[in-house]
Write a protein that binds this ligand. Structure first.
Ligand SMILES: Nc1ncnc2c1ncn2[C@@H]1O[C@H](COP(=O)(O)OP(=O)(O)O)[C@@H](O)[C@H]1O
Ligand SMILES: [Mg+2]
Length: 262
Protein backbone atom coordinates (compact mmCIF):
# COMPACT_ATOMS: atom_id res chain seq x y z
CA UNK A 1 0.00 0.00 0.00
CA UNK A 2 1.47 3.33 -1.00
CA UNK A 3 0.64 6.48 0.88
CA UNK A 4 -1.67 7.53 -1.96
CA UNK A 5 -5.41 7.44 -1.53
CA UNK A 6 -7.07 4.53 -3.32
CA UNK A 7 -10.03 5.43 -5.45
CA UNK A 8 -12.93 3.03 -5.30
CA UNK A 9 -14.63 1.55 -8.33
CA UNK A 10 -18.37 1.56 -8.75
CA UNK A 11 -20.29 -1.70 -8.91
CA UNK A 12 -23.15 -2.16 -11.37
CA UNK A 13 -25.25 -5.26 -11.10
CA UNK A 14 -28.04 -6.05 -13.56
CA UNK A 15 -30.46 -8.95 -13.27
CA UNK A 16 -28.15 -11.13 -11.19
CA UNK A 17 -29.56 -14.61 -10.57
CA UNK A 18 -27.80 -17.44 -8.78
CA UNK A 19 -29.13 -20.96 -8.53
CA UNK A 20 -27.63 -23.86 -6.60
CA UNK A 21 -28.30 -27.39 -7.79
CA UNK A 22 -30.14 -28.56 -10.87
CA UNK A 23 -33.54 -29.84 -11.97
CA UNK A 24 -36.07 -30.46 -9.20
CA UNK A 25 -33.45 -29.76 -6.57
CA UNK A 26 -32.53 -26.35 -7.97
CA UNK A 27 -32.68 -23.57 -5.40
CA UNK A 28 -32.83 -20.05 -6.77
CA UNK A 29 -31.02 -18.08 -4.12
CA UNK A 30 -30.50 -14.73 -5.85
CA UNK A 31 -33.37 -13.48 -7.98
CA UNK A 32 -33.03 -10.54 -10.29
CA UNK A 33 -30.64 -8.47 -8.22
CA UNK A 34 -30.10 -5.08 -9.84
CA UNK A 35 -28.09 -2.62 -7.87
CA UNK A 36 -25.52 0.14 -8.18
CA UNK A 37 -22.92 0.92 -5.55
CA UNK A 38 -21.31 4.28 -6.40
CA UNK A 39 -17.50 4.46 -6.28
CA UNK A 40 -16.19 5.25 -2.82
CA UNK A 41 -19.51 4.70 -1.06
CA UNK A 42 -20.62 2.18 1.58
CA UNK A 43 -23.42 -0.28 0.84
CA UNK A 44 -24.68 -2.52 3.62
CA UNK A 45 -26.65 -5.64 2.75
CA UNK A 46 -29.09 -6.73 5.45
CA UNK A 47 -31.53 -9.61 5.65
CA UNK A 48 -32.36 -12.69 7.66
CA UNK A 49 -30.13 -15.73 7.71
CA UNK A 50 -30.30 -17.78 4.52
CA UNK A 51 -31.61 -15.02 2.24
CA UNK A 52 -28.48 -15.06 0.07
CA UNK A 53 -26.25 -12.31 1.52
CA UNK A 54 -23.06 -14.39 1.54
CA UNK A 55 -23.83 -15.81 -1.88
CA UNK A 56 -24.18 -12.26 -3.18
CA UNK A 57 -20.83 -11.25 -1.69
CA UNK A 58 -19.16 -14.42 -2.99
CA UNK A 59 -20.34 -13.56 -6.50
CA UNK A 60 -18.77 -10.08 -6.16
CA UNK A 61 -15.59 -11.65 -4.78
CA UNK A 62 -15.42 -13.89 -7.86
CA UNK A 63 -15.75 -17.02 -5.75
CA UNK A 64 -19.05 -18.05 -7.39
CA UNK A 65 -18.47 -18.21 -11.11
CA UNK A 66 -21.78 -19.53 -12.45
CA UNK A 67 -24.61 -17.00 -12.40
CA UNK A 68 -26.88 -15.14 -14.78
CA UNK A 69 -26.91 -11.40 -15.25
CA UNK A 70 -24.11 -8.91 -15.45
CA UNK A 71 -21.72 -7.46 -12.88
CA UNK A 72 -19.43 -4.56 -13.75
CA UNK A 73 -16.62 -3.47 -11.44
CA UNK A 74 -15.70 -0.02 -12.68
CA UNK A 75 -15.82 -0.55 -16.44
CA UNK A 76 -14.67 -4.17 -16.29
CA UNK A 77 -17.00 -7.18 -16.31
CA UNK A 78 -16.49 -9.34 -13.23
CA UNK A 79 -14.15 -12.19 -14.03
CA UNK A 80 -13.13 -14.41 -11.12
CA UNK A 81 -11.23 -13.29 -8.01
CA UNK A 82 -8.82 -10.36 -8.38
CA UNK A 83 -6.49 -8.06 -6.48
CA UNK A 84 -8.89 -5.18 -7.14
CA UNK A 85 -11.07 -6.66 -4.37
CA UNK A 86 -10.22 -7.34 -0.75
CA UNK A 87 -12.42 -9.79 1.14
CA UNK A 88 -13.01 -10.14 4.89
CA UNK A 89 -15.08 -13.01 6.29
CA UNK A 90 -16.78 -13.43 9.65
CA UNK A 91 -13.96 -15.67 10.83
CA UNK A 92 -10.49 -14.18 10.35
CA UNK A 93 -9.07 -17.12 8.31
CA UNK A 94 -5.50 -16.31 9.35
CA UNK A 95 -2.94 -19.06 8.86
CA UNK A 96 -1.95 -20.17 12.39
CA UNK A 97 1.61 -21.15 11.46
CA UNK A 98 2.44 -17.68 10.11
CA UNK A 99 3.04 -14.51 12.09
CA UNK A 100 0.72 -11.52 11.73
CA UNK A 101 3.19 -9.89 9.36
CA UNK A 102 3.55 -13.05 7.26
CA UNK A 103 -0.22 -13.48 7.10
CA UNK A 104 -0.68 -9.98 5.73
CA UNK A 105 2.25 -10.41 3.32
CA UNK A 106 0.84 -13.72 2.05
CA UNK A 107 -1.34 -12.07 -0.60
CA UNK A 108 1.40 -9.72 -1.83
CA UNK A 109 3.43 -10.93 -4.77
CA UNK A 110 6.26 -9.50 -6.81
CA UNK A 111 7.61 -6.95 -4.34
CA UNK A 112 11.11 -6.92 -2.86
CA UNK A 113 11.45 -7.98 0.78
CA UNK A 114 11.97 -4.38 1.76
CA UNK A 115 8.90 -3.17 -0.16
CA UNK A 116 6.77 -6.03 1.18
CA UNK A 117 7.67 -5.21 4.76
CA UNK A 118 7.05 -1.51 4.24
CA UNK A 119 3.68 -2.21 2.69
CA UNK A 120 2.63 -4.73 5.34
CA UNK A 121 3.70 -2.50 8.22
CA UNK A 122 1.78 0.44 6.78
CA UNK A 123 -1.38 -1.70 6.62
CA UNK A 124 -0.87 -3.02 10.14
CA UNK A 125 -0.38 0.52 11.45
CA UNK A 126 -3.60 1.58 9.72
CA UNK A 127 -5.49 -0.98 11.81
CA UNK A 128 -3.55 -0.08 14.97
CA UNK A 129 -1.46 -3.26 15.11
CA UNK A 130 2.00 -2.02 14.18
CA UNK A 131 3.43 -3.54 17.35
CA UNK A 132 1.96 -7.04 16.79
CA UNK A 133 3.75 -7.90 13.54
CA UNK A 134 5.77 -10.79 14.98
CA UNK A 135 2.98 -12.35 17.03
CA UNK A 136 1.17 -15.53 16.02
CA UNK A 137 -2.63 -15.48 15.54
CA UNK A 138 -3.34 -17.62 18.65
CA UNK A 139 -2.10 -14.74 20.81
CA UNK A 140 -4.61 -12.26 19.38
CA UNK A 141 -8.07 -11.38 20.67
CA UNK A 142 -11.02 -11.77 18.28
CA UNK A 143 -11.01 -8.04 17.50
CA UNK A 144 -7.25 -7.99 16.86
CA UNK A 145 -7.43 -11.03 14.58
CA UNK A 146 -10.19 -9.37 12.59
CA UNK A 147 -8.09 -6.20 12.31
CA UNK A 148 -5.30 -8.32 10.83
CA UNK A 149 -7.80 -9.80 8.36
CA UNK A 150 -8.77 -6.26 7.36
CA UNK A 151 -5.08 -5.29 6.97
CA UNK A 152 -4.61 -8.37 4.77
CA UNK A 153 -7.59 -7.35 2.64
CA UNK A 154 -6.15 -3.84 2.22
CA UNK A 155 -2.61 -4.86 1.35
CA UNK A 156 -3.12 -4.82 -2.43
CA UNK A 157 -4.87 -1.45 -2.32
CA UNK A 158 -8.18 -2.86 -3.52
CA UNK A 159 -10.71 -0.60 -5.19
CA UNK A 160 -13.47 -2.58 -3.51
CA UNK A 161 -13.61 -4.03 -0.01
CA UNK A 162 -16.11 -6.85 0.57
CA UNK A 163 -16.95 -7.77 4.16
CA UNK A 164 -19.21 -10.65 5.17
CA UNK A 165 -20.48 -10.16 8.74
CA UNK A 166 -16.97 -9.09 9.74
CA UNK A 167 -17.93 -8.18 13.31
CA UNK A 168 -20.55 -10.89 13.82
CA UNK A 169 -18.39 -12.98 16.15
CA UNK A 170 -17.12 -10.10 18.30
CA UNK A 171 -18.37 -8.96 21.70
CA UNK A 172 -20.71 -5.95 21.72
CA UNK A 173 -18.14 -3.34 22.76
CA UNK A 174 -15.42 -4.51 20.34
CA UNK A 175 -18.00 -4.55 17.59
CA UNK A 176 -18.88 -0.88 18.21
CA UNK A 177 -15.17 0.01 18.21
CA UNK A 178 -14.59 -1.89 14.97
CA UNK A 179 -17.50 -0.10 13.30
CA UNK A 180 -15.84 3.24 14.13
CA UNK A 181 -12.49 1.94 12.91
CA UNK A 182 -13.77 0.64 9.59
CA UNK A 183 -15.39 4.02 9.00
CA UNK A 184 -12.12 5.84 9.76
CA UNK A 185 -10.27 3.47 7.41
CA UNK A 186 -12.84 3.99 4.68
CA UNK A 187 -12.51 7.77 5.07
CA UNK A 188 -8.74 7.43 4.51
CA UNK A 189 -8.79 4.81 1.76
CA UNK A 190 -11.91 5.85 -0.17
CA UNK A 191 -12.50 2.31 -1.36
CA UNK A 192 -15.99 1.18 -2.31
CA UNK A 193 -17.25 -0.88 0.58
CA UNK A 194 -19.90 -3.62 0.54
CA UNK A 195 -20.64 -4.98 3.99
CA UNK A 196 -23.04 -7.81 4.72
CA UNK A 197 -24.59 -7.82 8.17
CA UNK A 198 -27.65 -9.03 10.01
CA UNK A 199 -27.20 -6.13 12.43
CA UNK A 200 -29.57 -3.34 11.38
CA UNK A 201 -27.93 -0.90 13.80
CA UNK A 202 -24.57 -1.52 12.14
CA UNK A 203 -26.06 -0.91 8.69
CA UNK A 204 -27.69 2.39 9.71
CA UNK A 205 -24.45 3.50 11.39
CA UNK A 206 -22.23 2.74 8.39
CA UNK A 207 -24.15 2.78 5.13
CA UNK A 208 -24.72 5.31 2.41
CA UNK A 209 -27.11 2.78 0.92
CA UNK A 210 -28.86 -0.10 2.67
CA UNK A 211 -29.88 -3.06 0.56
CA UNK A 212 -32.66 -5.09 2.17
CA UNK A 213 -32.80 -8.70 1.06
CA UNK A 214 -35.40 -11.36 1.77
CA UNK A 215 -35.95 -14.82 0.31
CA UNK A 216 -38.82 -15.64 -2.06
CA UNK A 217 -40.68 -13.51 -4.57
CA UNK A 218 -39.47 -12.35 -7.95
CA UNK A 219 -36.67 -10.23 -6.50
CA UNK A 220 -34.25 -10.91 -3.67
CA UNK A 221 -33.61 -7.20 -3.07
CA UNK A 222 -36.84 -5.91 -1.60
CA UNK A 223 -35.74 -2.38 -0.99
CA UNK A 224 -32.74 -0.05 -1.25
CA UNK A 225 -32.62 2.85 1.14
CA UNK A 226 -30.25 5.81 0.78
CA UNK A 227 -29.12 6.99 4.18
CA UNK A 228 -28.58 10.73 4.22
CA UNK A 229 -27.74 11.03 7.94
CA UNK A 230 -24.55 13.06 8.49
CA UNK A 231 -21.48 11.33 9.96
CA UNK A 232 -20.47 10.69 12.68
CA UNK A 233 -23.91 9.23 13.28
CA UNK A 234 -25.59 9.37 16.64
CA UNK A 235 -27.26 6.05 17.39
CA UNK A 236 -29.65 7.80 19.75
CA UNK A 237 -30.78 10.45 17.27
CA UNK A 238 -34.48 10.31 16.38
CA UNK A 239 -33.78 9.89 12.65
CA UNK A 240 -31.38 6.98 13.35
CA UNK A 241 -33.89 5.19 15.55
CA UNK A 242 -36.72 5.79 13.08
CA UNK A 243 -34.74 4.29 10.20
CA UNK A 244 -33.72 1.25 12.26
CA UNK A 245 -37.36 0.72 13.21
CA UNK A 246 -38.52 1.06 9.60
CA UNK A 247 -36.06 -1.58 8.36
CA UNK A 248 -36.81 -3.96 11.23
CA UNK A 249 -40.56 -3.79 10.73
CA UNK A 250 -40.07 -4.25 6.99
CA UNK A 251 -38.06 -7.43 7.64
CA UNK A 252 -40.66 -8.70 10.12
CA UNK A 253 -43.38 -8.14 7.51
CA UNK A 254 -41.39 -10.10 4.93
CA UNK A 255 -40.93 -12.92 7.43
CA UNK A 256 -44.68 -12.98 8.16
CA UNK A 257 -45.51 -13.12 4.43
CA UNK A 258 -43.10 -16.01 3.98
CA UNK A 259 -44.64 -17.95 6.88
CA UNK A 260 -48.13 -17.43 5.52
CA UNK A 261 -47.04 -18.91 2.18
CA UNK A 262 -45.30 -21.91 3.78
N1 LIG B 1 -22.62 -24.01 -2.15
C1 LIG B 1 -23.92 -24.10 -1.92
N2 LIG B 1 -24.64 -25.15 -2.39
C2 LIG B 1 -25.97 -25.24 -2.20
N3 LIG B 1 -26.69 -24.33 -1.52
C3 LIG B 1 -26.04 -23.26 -1.02
C4 LIG B 1 -24.62 -23.09 -1.19
N4 LIG B 1 -24.26 -21.94 -0.59
C5 LIG B 1 -25.39 -21.41 -0.07
N5 LIG B 1 -26.44 -22.21 -0.32
C6 LIG B 1 -27.84 -21.96 0.09
O1 LIG B 1 -28.19 -20.67 -0.35
C7 LIG B 1 -29.02 -20.03 0.61
C8 LIG B 1 -28.42 -18.68 0.97
O2 LIG B 1 -27.22 -18.89 1.68
P1 LIG B 1 -26.29 -17.69 2.13
O3 LIG B 1 -25.94 -16.88 0.94
O4 LIG B 1 -25.16 -18.27 2.91
O5 LIG B 1 -27.28 -16.87 3.06
P2 LIG B 1 -26.97 -15.77 4.18
O6 LIG B 1 -25.55 -15.36 4.06
O7 LIG B 1 -27.94 -14.67 3.90
O8 LIG B 1 -27.27 -16.41 5.49
C9 LIG B 1 -29.15 -20.99 1.77
O9 LIG B 1 -30.36 -21.65 1.66
C10 LIG B 1 -27.99 -21.92 1.60
O10 LIG B 1 -28.30 -23.19 2.09
MG1 LIG C 1 -23.96 -15.44 5.44
Amino acid sequence: MSGAVTTGADIRIEGLCKTFGEGRRAAKVLRNVSLTVPAGSIACVVGQSGCGKSTFLRVLAGLETTYDGSVLLGKQPLHGPGLDRGVVFQEHRLLPWLTVEQNVAFALKGLSRYETRRCVMRCLKRVGLGSCARQYPYLLSGGMAQRVAIARALVNQPKILLLDEPFGALDALTKLQMQQEILALWEQEKTTLVLVTHDIDEAVFLADRIVVMAPGGAQTVKETIDVALPRPRDRNAAAFIALRKEILSFLFDQEKKLRRKA
